[in-house]
Design a protein around this ligand. Structure first.
Ligand code: PEP
Ligand code: MN
Length: 342
């Protein structure tokens, strides 16, 4: 349920509406919009309460109109918020006209490696620096990331090149330390339904990149976004990173590109694409990046390594700096063709 207040509604009238909702044990979110306040009920409303509550709220002073959200997810839906959400991270907008490119190594390996990657991606036009410090590896014997040391390097190098940063948080107990060092918190595909983790990042006010699990439906992804949004964190960015493939002979995952316009139609949240994990092969990263921008993606998350052959993680899908620079050159024309810029 969404309660749109009149543009001239007073603070007392807004409080009265919120009190009426919370008196039934439900959560009310006060979302000051452009010219008016909108109050969202972020709980499911018992069937027998729906009509009497609607009537009672409609009768309160300052209430303009009430809309019911028909989707199972509420705060993530377009019905709830008609205009596109634009997430601003230190001046870089995700969800606006300009496509936001986030790039850097899969994992932070050393100061030298990250600095070389950061300078290369910044020079080529990326605006957000990626680098994993806590890596979700299939094998416990594989490089697990540098942990807090990696976070410190990411913060140091991000500041040195003047780029906001993104890194994955895997454990709810690490949320504070990751939030202290990085600008965007990434929820990896494997953790899309780690609900305590979603609640924990929802309690921060950092932008969250929420990756779609390889076997997750769109509704499952939306409901995971809802876990973050209903903690009061409105800065959620959805990420398509490929779903479980029919055939793994050639590609790591199948990039579900149709999910991009679909998610943008049902949700107001920005949608980005990770062409690296969705293909698993650097040779296809550029074409899938261009396809993602053509399909309406608000951003890209791309793995770039100064020396992919020596990478401790995901070297086979990482672009060399010069290949990334060539990709960035070609993205501009695609973006222009769909009325955007990079
Ligand atoms: C990553 O971005 O480094 C990563 C592990 O991605 P995913 O969660 O999509 O596998
Ligand atoms: Mn990776």
């Amino acid at each position: 349920m969404i309660i749109a207040m009149r543009a001239d509604a007073s603070a007392e009238e807004i409080s009265l509406v919120i009190e009426r909702i919370t008196s039934h044990g439900m959560t009310a979110l006060n979302l000051p919009g452009g010219d008016r306040t909108v109050i969202g009920v972020a709980s499911s409303i018992p069937a027998d309460l729906r009509e009497p509550l609607t009537d009672a709220l409609q009768a309160l002073p300052g209430v303009d109109h009430i809309t019911h959200v028909s989707r199972i997810y509420k705060l993530a839906s377009r019905e709830f918020h008609a205009s596109d959400t634009v997430v601003n991270v230190k001046g870089v907008e995700i969800g606006g006209n300009r496509v936001a490119v986030m790039a850097g190594p899969c994992a932070v390996e050393s100061r030298e490696q990250l600095a070389a990657a950061a300078e290369a991606v910044k020079g080529a036009g990326a605006r957000i620096l990626r680098g994993g410090a806590y890596k979700p590896r299939t094998s416990p014997y594989a490089f697990q990331g540098l942990g807090e040391e990696g976070l410190k390097l990411l913060k140091e190098i991000g500041a040195a090149v003047g780029m906001p940063t993104i890194t994955e948080v895997m454990d709810q107990h690490d949320v504070d330390v990751v939030a202290e060092h990085a600008d965007i918190l990434q929820i990896g595909a494997r953790n899309m339904q780690n609900f305590p983790l979603l609640v924990a990042v929802g309690r921060t006010r950092h932008p969250i990149v929420l990756k779609r699990g390889p076997s997750a439906t769109i509704d499952e992804l939306m409901l995971s976004a809802e876990y973050v949004l209903n903690q009061g964190n409105q800065s959620v960015i959805l990420c398509e990173r490929g779903v479980h493939p029919l055939d793994r002979t050639y590609l790591r995952n199948t990039l579900d590109l149709s999910a991009v316009p679909l998610m943008k139609s049902i949700s107001h949240l920005p949608v980005i694409v990770d062409p690296s994990h969705s293909t698993g092969d650097w040779r296809f990263v550029a074409s899938m990046s261009r396809a993602a921008v053509a399909a309406g993606a608000d951003g890209l998350l791309i793995e770039v390594h100064p020396d992919p052959k020596a990478a401790l993680c995901d070297g086979q899908q990482s672009l060399k700096p010069e290949t990334f620079a060539a990709l960035m050159e070609s993205l501009g024309a695609v973006a222009r063709a769909v009325g955007r810029s990079v």
